[in-house]
Design a protein around this ligand. Sequence first.
Ligand SMILES: Nc1ncnc2c1ncn2[C@@H]1O[C@H](COP(=O)(O)OP(=O)(O)OP(=O)(O)O)[C@@H](O)[C@H]1O
Ligand SMILES: O=P(O)(O)OC[C@H]1O[C@H](OP(=O)(O)OP(=O)(O)O)[C@H](O)[C@@H]1O
Ligand SMILES: O=C(O)c1cccnc1
Length: 482
Amino acid sequence: MQEHMNYTLLCDFYELTMGNGYFQTEGYADQICYFDVFFRTVPDGGGFAIAAGLEQVIDYIEQLHFTEEDIAYLRSKGCFCEEFLDYLRRFRFTGDIWAVPEGTPIFPREPILTVRAPAIEAQFIETFLLLTLNHQSLIATKTNRIVRAAEGRPVSEFGSRRAQGPDAAVLGARASYIAGCAGTACTLADEMYGSPAGGTMAHSWVQMFPDEYTAFKTYCQLYPHSATLLVDTYNVLKSGVPNAIRAFKEVLLPQGITNCAIRLDSGDLTYLSRKARKMLDAAGLTECKIVASNSLDEYIIRDLLLQGAKIDSFGVGERLITSKSEPVFGGVYKLAAVEDKAGNIIPKIKISANPGKITNPHFKKVFRLFDNETGKAFADLITLHDETVDQTQPLELFDPDATWKRSVFTNFTAKELLVPIFLGGKLVYQSPPIAEMRAWCAGQIDLLWDEVKRFENPHNYYVDLSQRLWDIKQELLRREGN
Ligand SMILES: Nc1ncnc2c1ncn2[C@@H]1O[C@H](COP(=O)(O)OP(=O)(O)OP(=O)(O)O)[C@@H](O)[C@H]1O
Ligand SMILES: O=P(O)(O)OC[C@H]1O[C@H](OP(=O)(O)OP(=O)(O)O)[C@H](O)[C@@H]1O
Ligand SMILES: O=C(O)c1cccnc1
């Protein structure tokens, strides 16, 4: 796991060959440059994504170092000069990083992390930054859709066994908690990151005993305050629910415990939950909760609730932990500017035949604009690094592609999204406890309009450019695009 691993060589090999190249090319080794991390489309056609993974980026940056074994390995590749290998012995990150806090809703094309550092350092960290932010933001974004579909009912993350490897399980559980899961079945995610671990029982527990009732009774005796009995091993309505009722009545009720649950893991979850609810209520177990699982996702959960299922909470595994419907979060790392010897910032652009892939040049800031009357966010504004937004003056925003579409806003508050994380190689940010990230995430999503939160065809939230930034972009397009 991350804490015990040296991930320095978890980079694409070209980061090293470029680094060696910059090192040997006069004037490039110390070239200060700016890179932005941003993404282009929200997975699943959603209206926004959730940023996650920053704490692991911080750990990585702090741990960055090449061991003598790493140097020997790189020497064996035969393509790095000795001076560069010697430089790698002393390699540390000395630059600046700004990023959006974890749990923040984010939108396409805006920087969610910016690096300012000497070229070799800034280039070297690309792979790990992207893989970490892409993975956790993907799982956080998917989880949040699932959690919103559950309309306030707790969702537990059950996916470790189907995750694509240990990091995907543990860090996925971490991201899912930030994005709104109530907890996880992953014990290590609790120990390492504080995402609360808990769970029910497997079919094997029920199969292990001579009969279903004995399995339930034994479990209730062992865990009277957290008994969730899995009722679908044999026959839900004919044996599972009746045996659960019997065990609850014989073991829990005499102790005054009414807090209990059953889990449904197959069949028609609406039909079975409605029938089970009636049986539990008729037995006086009105406080007994019904948990549902079995290849759930946001669409099935929404359907179940529309059908009138009597489900109190959900366990969601494979489709959450793998983000099965859309398993790629396309965050990219693009050069936005370099500094000349005098420290002037020279903006850089990447041009593409696809206008959506043209980058926003320069060292930038992102402001989120909130309407003072409703408190809701209505647009994000990307500006140059030295611009401020004057909240006392009307602000004209325009569509960066269809520039004739303009609106003037008054009575708003502008909040900067990116906060300093490293300055001069020194960590200046303390990640909040994970429960605070989770509360921050929920609070920030509350500030988005419902139209932006639709699962299908959401309202397109505006991410606009300041006039100065737009002018610089157009100038670069004219200069470089011909
Ligand atoms: N009422 C419902 N409406 C929509 N989807 C449902 C409903 N009930 C269950 N589902 C979903 O339908 C799928 C059924 O899965 P599957 O074909 O594996 O059946 P199963 O009943 O789980 O069988 P098995 O006993 O093999 O596990 C699951 O994704 C489940 O969440
Ligand atoms: O379906 P998921 O969303 O991934 O939720 C987790 C699943 O994991 C367990 O199943 P198990 O590994 O025993 O397999 P099975 O129930 O599918 O046979 C559990 O009973 C859930 O069905
Ligand atoms: O605790 C559970 O019920 C659980 C845990 C992992 C996978 N499926 C179910």
